[in-house]
Design a protein around this ligand. Structure first.
Ligand code: HEC
Length: 137
């Protein structure tokens, strides 16, 4: 009896609360959607960073590329790059002449070839500095 009475007094209260409940539910749904969005954006940012690290070819103009090769690397480092280039880049085809291609052309070629030669990020940076420095003028 008591149980039944409680139910009958409670049910109108629940009904009048239901718009609030649906508000809460839609807020939770919204929060879930937002967090999924943040997760997706975060994942993209994370992977784009990984991708950049695999290929040291950030978007630069040819003039900026040359400036970078000159100022971020020493003569000794570019010579190390030359050695790596001669060791790694003539394995599958004749060693190309750095002066056969312009900086813009090398920008298109190098990421593919760094992948083919399985060169690490730092070595690729040294090779790139050497190649860009000695590219077609
Ligand atoms: C595992 C084999 C392999 C290695 C190692 C390799 N290459 Fe290549 N390379 C190729 C193949 C295959 C092609 C032609 C097809 C293509 O462009 O993918 C090529 C093409 C080229 C070309 C001509 C591209 C064009 O568009 O005319 C150049 C320049 C070049 N490679 C430079 C390099 C440099 C620099 C390295 C060292 C960082 C290197 N390659 C290492 C396989 C390799």
């Amino acid at each position: 009896m008591i149980y039944c009475k409680r139910n009958s007094t409670q049910s109108p209260a629940i009904k009048s609360n239901s718009p609030q409940i649906s508000n809460i539910v839609s807020t939770i749904v919204f929060m879930k959607k937002t967090s999924v969005l943040f997760l997706a954006v975060g994942t993209i940012v994370l992977f784009s960073n990984c991708f950049k690290k695999a290929h040291p070819t950030a978007q630069k103009t040819p003039a900026e590329e040359m400036d970078y090769a000159k100022t971020h690397y020493t003569d000794a480092q570019r010579t190390t790059g030359k050695g790596l280039y001669e060791k790694s880049c003539g394995q599958c085809h004749d060693l190309p002449l750095t002066g056969d291609y312009t900086i813009a052309q090398w920008d298109g070629i190098l990421p593919k070839m760094f992948e083919k030669s399985k060169m690490g990020y730092d070595d690729a940076g040294l090779v790139k500095a050497y190649v860009i420095y000695n590219s077609k003028k």
